[in-house]
Design a protein around this ligand. Structure first.
Ligand SMILES: Cc1ncc(C[n+]2csc(CCOP(=O)(O)OP(=O)(O)O)c2C)c(N)n1
Ligand SMILES: [Mg+2]
Length: 325
């Protein structure tokens, strides 16, 4: 493995912190705007899972392509999608990433290789396989990363996609976010296997588990997976164990899990624990962290202001960006 890539300098560690803090604060603002009735449709927050996106995407290159599910704000931010355009999209404004026509579940920015949030569980898995087939034909060295949940893993598309990706030796990295729940149903009550990465063996696909609450661990697990896929060895399944601190969507009272379980996971908070590690290793100070938090606060306030002040799409826009004019 390319060890020089693993060595992360102080600046990069602080950047991991900034990105995770930005995602957390952005999500809090989404909750506020949702409560004010300014966001239509569903909003699924990524709070608690920040280390997965930030650690994972730090191992990618700009030419790589990403597809994900509806819990997509954190992924988009970690990929560098503009937070102003994202907030405008959430508020249905014409300045949004998809001119306000996609909303929370469909953040899309082709310039960043970020090919969408998808609302239909597991629907992006076969599409990612198609993209990977394209990458293989083009021989451009890119890989495709497809993010999906433990609930999606139980859909037929997962198994079909693993089968074809393996059979055709495609450059696709399946990144499974195992947060233990699909809506209000626990993995325990819905699947007979705890270690989901083991399902890859049925398709002769290389796989590994990784701690999704640890941003540095995530990066290392991803670097190994990315190197494998990019070198042409075929698909890879990386299972990140994590926990969503909030409900499935904003409309979820979370009556299906105990407060004790939530407390157990909150002790592993990926941002708080990373901050403790950085300070203990003398890599940063409380004052430096405060500076980052202040910059993050400003960015999110600016994003909210931009979104609020942006115009709604025009009625005539109902007839644009569609297949048939
Ligand atoms: C095909 C399909 N079936 C059901 C739903 C309703 N639904 C939305 S999210 C979800 C749970 C998915 O859980 P998981 O894949 O673990 O992702 P997580 O929400 O935990 O991030 C379900 C069943 C849907 N959107 N699409
Ligand atoms: Mg889940």
């Amino acid at each position: 493995m390319a060890t020089k890539q693993i060595a992360v300098d102080k600046q990069q560690l602080m950047e991991f912190y900034r990105q995770m803090a930005l995602i957390r604060r952005f999500e809090d603002m989404c909750a506020e705007k949702y409560a004010e009735g300014k966001i239509g449709g569903f909003v699924h927050l990524y709070v608690g899972e920040e280390a997965v996106a930030v650690g994972a995407f730090s191992a990618l290159e700009p030419r790589d392509l990403i597809m994900t599910h509806y819990r997509d704000h954190g992924h988009a931010i970690a990929r560098g999608v503009d937070t102003k355009k994202m907030m405008a999209e959430l508020l249905g404004k014409s300045t949004g990433t998809s001119k306000g026509k996609g909303g929370s579940m469909h953040i899309f920015d082709a310039s960043k290789g970020f090919l969408g949030g998808y609302a239909i569980v597991a629907a992006m898995l076969p599409m990612a396989v198609g993209l990977a087939m394209g990458a293989k034909f083009k021989k451009d060295g890119s890989i495709v990363v497809c993010i999906f949940g433990d609930g999606a893993m139980q859909e037929g598309e997962y198994h079909e996609s693993m089968l074809l990706a393996s059979l055709w030796n495609l450059p696709v990295l399946f990144l499974l976010e195992n947060n233990g729940y699909g809506m209000g149903v626990s993995l325990e009550n819905s699947y007979p296997l705890k270690e989901l990465y083991k399902t890859a063996a049925a398709y002769n696909v290389e796989a590994a588990p990784v701690d999704g609450m640890d941003v540095e661990g995530m990066r290392q697990g991803m670097l190994k997976a990315v190197e494998y896929v990019r070198s042409g060895k075929g698909p890879y399944l990386l299972e990140a164990t994590c926990y969503r601190f909030k409900g499935h969507s904003m409309a979820d009272p979370m009556s299906y899990r105990t407060r004790a379980e939530e407390e157990f996971w909150k002790k592993k908070d990926p941002i708080a624990s990373f901050k403790r590690r950085l300070i203990a290793a003398n890599l940063t100070t409380e004052a430096d962290i405060q500076k980052i938090e202040a910059a993050v606060e400003k960015e999110v306030q600016d994003a909210a202001k931009f979104a609020e002040e942006s115009p709604a799409p025009d009625v005539k826009d109902l007839y644009t960006d569609i297949y048939v004019e």
